[in-house]
Design a protein around this ligand. Structure first.
Ligand code: IVH
Length: 687
């Protein structure tokens, strides 16, 4: 029997191997050497063939198959694993003198022994360790606290520059360490997309890389175009001797032949002058690299000397990191402009004499709010100190006091909205000013229109910001409900030119039809997204979903008290107050009625599995074995129950998993609310 089945699968196994080899090779050439050996079409065909075979013969599918590059695995939580070799950090310094001390200390310590240093880039990303056994990637773990990290293997498999199988000659069992970076170009495109989708952009590539590795959905990680730069090979004490692996530079050279992405910017140095030259060079040139670095790492090259030199408390004595200082320039402030956002928030922006800083020309930078301007004490005619650190966005960090003119007056903050003239208000305890003229201030209105049509809201994609601006200026759309009374003949032939007279927008017949079709289609958008599209302050995508699931329809939501709103999972008091106030405004209630009359969804479409829990309110706490916390909450709702975040007299059950919070336990006992387990819950819904 066994014999037959193995004969049967033999051709499939061979083909799978062949496809894997080919695809791995094409991937490698494409991502490492920028070379396409086959057309996209051919490549996709091979990949599809492999996927089909793996579906047909799941027992032959390897966890390191190139089909895993596209992700698809979903991690609820990341398993914590202990590092086999602790991931040490490096001593680091901003001072060149301390590098000189490191160098002379090393020389003294090693006496007559011949040795050299390697200088290489200090990548500004997220450190991970990759374990390879018999040439196969078996585990990827983040640095964590150095002793224990998170198992992120399925996300790591999606990074094209992490080899899943090694080529050539490699140690049987070792760990490759390196940094996952988000290249500038990819990072910027990714952030732009986030902004277009109404998501908060990431502050810098490092944060984005770190967030990406912790994504639960590895397919999303695959889309982010991360890169792995290898910088270290960790061998166990009993590794087979290999002449190539006796120096650090030799190990990296060898790693290249195994298929790792090793940056070519590594230099063997014999003395402090060569080290300093390397540092100076990269301090100037770093902005021309495709990814961020924050310094230079200097290591003793001869591996045998590492043990002799030993460790300090938490870092090796044979290596040190030099960190670049943030680059700073000073440039005169020419004027301050004030931008008005969708919610009326005013952002002051400094317009400066253009200045070259870290690879780009800087003209403008945010001054955040009135408090920030006051704290810096900016005066008319001041020169501003602009800094660019690891972040890409330049920051104003101070005033160049040498250039201050005697008797200069503090700059004036505006009292009225630059767009509509309304008097600005500054709420108690808030650092920013805002324009209260919601319904008469053009950028606020257009901003709300933009939010409404956004991809994560109503997804009316044929309306970009220029067209929206035009519809508003022509008086055709003044609020979000107006979209639904637009007529074809109003749109055709619309034309506008922007302020400089440079760009022109016009709508033809086909364009008008597309717009109307997209508006019509938006009537299918589910209630939770309609709620998000309203643009209530602090109600984001997730909050809207939770509110929709809790209240089920707009009427219940509009009627809710502040207290009830705040009891919804993930809705804080401040948000609850904003929602409450929003619906006390008659204009907003009318807006809702007009949207309802236009046919928008004002009720959630539920997946109802049963009515077992109708009328019951649950508070969920702890960790569960069969569900994630979000899953169990969704499950309660699908059986007709409600989920609340805090225990009160209205709570019917506290559903407790492992590690339930002690506060919740106390409160439940005090109020006499029954505490049930996951098993009790399953019995409840089985009825
Ligand atoms: S070597 C035992 N080399 O900088 C030596 N580290 O504290 C281990 N880093 O967390 C580190 N680029 O993630 C080394 N070329 C490089 C590096 C590098 C970035 C990171 C590393 C570590 C931190 C040093």
């Amino acid at each position: 029997m066994d014999l037959f089945s193995s004969i049967d699968t033999e051709p499939a196994r061979e083909r799978i191997e062949e496809l894997t080899r080919l695809i791995d090779k094409y991937n490698y050439e494409y991502y490492m050497n920028d070379r396409s050996l086959v057309s996209d079409f051919e490549f996709d065909a091979l990949l599809r063939e492999l996927m089909d075979l793996e579906r047909q013969y799941p027992e032959l599918a390897s966890p390191n198959s190139p089909t895993k590059r596209v992700g698809g695995e979903v991690n609820k939580t990341f398993r914590q694993v202990e590092h086999r070799f602790p991931m040490l950090s490096l001593g680091n310094t901003y001072s060149i003198e301390e590098i000189e001390e490191f160098e002379s200390r090393t020389r003294k310590l090693l006496g007559d022994t011949a040795f050299s240093y390697t200088c290489e880039l200090k990548y500004d990303g997220v450190a991970i360790g990759l374990t390879y056994r018999n040439g196969e990637l078996v585990q990827a773990v983040t640095r964590g606290n150095g002793a224990v990290g998170d198992d992120i293997t399925s996300n790591a498999r999606t990074i094209r520059t992490i080899p899943l199988r090694l080529t050539g000659k490699y140690p049987k069992d070792f760990e490759a360490r390196g940094e996952v970076v988000f290249p500038f170009k990819e990072f910027e495109a990714f952030n732009r997309q986030r902004e277009a989708d109404g998501d908060e952009p990431f502050a810098n590539p490092r944060n984005a890389a770190s967030g990406s590795l912790k994504l639960q959905d590895s397919a999303e990680c695959a889309r982010r175009k991360l890169q792995f730069c290898m910088y270290f090979m960790m061998l166990p004490a009993d590794a087979e001797p290999d002449e190539r692996l006796t120096t650090h530079s030799g190990r990296l050279e060898a790693a290249k032949t195994m298929g790792f992405n090793v940056q070519p910017y590594i230099k063997e140095c014999l003395n402090i002058n060569e080290i300093k030259q390397f540092i100076d060079y990269w301090d100037r040139e770093r902005w021309n690299l495709p990814f961020a670095i924050d310094g230079i790492v200097i290591k003793v090259n001869q591996v045998a000397l590492w043990d002799r030199m030993g460790l300090t408390a938490k870092s090796p004595r044979w290596a040190i990191a030099y960190k670049f200082k943030a680059q700073q320039v000073s440039t005169p402030l020419e004027s301050i402009s004030f931008q008005v956002g969708r919610t009326g928030i005013i952002t002051p922006v400094a317009n400066m004499k253009p200045v070259w800083l870290g690879g780009t020309t800087v003209r403008r930078a945010t001054l955040v709010n009135a408090d920030y301007i006051e704290k810096l004490d900016i005066r008319d005619g001041d020169w501003l100190l602009v800094e660019k650190g690891g972040e890409i966005i330049p920051k104003i960090v101070g005033i160049d006091m040498d250039k201050r003119k005697p008797g200069a007056e503090p700059v004036k903050y505006i009292t009225n909205c630059p767009e509509c003239g309304a008097r600005l208000v500054r709420a108690e305890g808030e650092a920013g000013h805002y324009c209260p003229n919601q319904d008469g201030c053009p950028p606020q209105i257009v901003g709300r229109l933009e939010h409404f049509v956004g991809r994560k809201a109503m997804n009316i994609d044929s309306l970009g910001s220029e067209r929206l601006e035009m519809l508003y200026r022509k008086g055709l759309v003044r609020d979000i409900a107006d979209f639904y009374s637009l007529r074809r003949e109003q749109l055709i032939g619309l034309e506008s030119t922007d302020d400089d007279g440079l760009r022109r927008t016009s709508i033809q017949e086909k364009g008008a039809d597309n717009i109307l079709a997209a508006i019509e289609k938006s009537k299918e958008v589910p209630f939770e997204r309609v709620l998000f599209a309203l643009g209530i302050r602090y109600v984001g995508e997730v909050g809207a979903k939770k509110l929709a699931r809790y209240f089920k329809n707009i009427d219940a939501l509009m009627a809710a008290s502040e207290e009830e709103l705040a009891s919804v999972d993930d809705v804080g008091e401040k948000t609850a107050q904003f929602i409450y106030d929003y619906f006390r405004d008659e204009r907003h209630r009318q807006l809702v009625e007009r949207l309802r009359a236009a046919g928008l969804k004002m009720t959630i479409v539920e997946i109802r599995l049963s009515d077992a829990l109708v009328g019951k309110t649950f508070v969920v706490s702890g960790v569960f074995s069969r569900f994630s916390r979000d899953e169990i909450k969704a499950d309660i709702e699908q059986h007709g129950g409600k989920v609340s975040s805090s225990i009160s007299g209205k709570t019917d059950y506290v559903l407790a998993g492992e590690k339930m919070g002690p506060e919740k336990l106390k409160k439940a006992e005090k109020l006499g609310v029954p505490i049930i387990s996951e098993d009790d819950y399953l019995k409840m819904i089985a009825k």
